[in-house]
Design a protein around this ligand. Sequence first.
Ligand SMILES: *Cc1c(COP(=O)(O)O)cnc(C)c1O
Length: 363
Amino acid sequence: MNIPFLDLSRIDSGLQERLQQTFTQVLKRGVFSGGEEVAQLEQRIHQRLKSKFAIACANGTDALELAIRALEIGEGDEVIVPALTWVSTAEVVKLVGAKPVFWDTDEEGLLRLDWEKAVTSKTKAVIPVHLYGKMVKMASVVDTAGRHGISVIEDAAQAFGAVLDGKAAGTWGDLGCLSFYPTKNLGALGEAGMCLTQDRNLGEKIRFLSNHGQSKRDEHIMVGRNSRIDTLQAAFLNVLLENFESYQQKRKSLVKIYLEELSELEGLQLPHDVLEPNHNAHLFVVKSSRRNELKEFLAEKGIGTAIHYPQIIPDMKPYRVEGDFTNAQIFAKEGLSLPLNPWLKEEDLWEIIKAVRDFFGRK
Ligand SMILES: *Cc1c(COP(=O)(O)O)cnc(C)c1O
């Protein structure tokens, strides 16, 4: 048996052909940075997510860094981030010279809603992360932030396609950051990302910052950087967007089977709300105190799994700090991501289910 956690070479052949045609078109036109494909991608996401401004950039980490820079956060400032996330969320805070202040997650791996207790006079922003594709209760976060006069940067890198109370992931905060890293639900064939905002001033600033501080050609009105998206990646994303809905349906249908077949296994905890619109079914993370054993057992049967993430950020050397991060720690010790992607065959899903049931001693 060979069931990889994720194998992007399995993209179906019809789509591969469309992507090859797209490459040929871009090659023929000879425009490789900016151009109509980028404008089209921004326009489509603007419409799809109902975000007033959608500015493409080089990757999701840059989107976060641009957001922090646009808010002019830097030395002496504090930013509240969850203890459990991909490293980028904390990394960008350090990069601009500010201090990440870590807060524990809840039992779903999302920033605990009592993060207000971490607010000090130096706090400038909070970065809720829609981890695994599940949206944080944003009305609460925005309300609390508003009361303290601090900004909200939504890390929606894992949550493209999730919608909470009619509002898309990334459009709740002052700024929202998307990643189109190849393994995300909407993944490019390389690196790409995007900043969302509903504020014209911030939108302009992000645009300038991502392109050397230029307000127009050769007019540099601030110190920026180069975080432009490749034309080719924008063109690929325009094609991949057309398939997005059907891939989402596939993910949800696989999740439905997982949930039905893996419930009531003693010693296995399943994730919640994955079938809800506020979850995009990016990852299917189960928890077990026998996680390492289970991972090994599945590996022996040829089933690939992954751990998101084996270490919480405050335990990493460059970020080390003491604190109560109990729930986040449980994910690092007990969390296991089972295969979930649009190219997973249903027969493979049943093999995974059978193996997990075997492990827990149930037929
Ligand atoms: C993927 C990811 C990022 C970074 O995106 P890149 O495009 O890889 O730079 C940031 N935050 C989270 C939570 C992510 O999962």
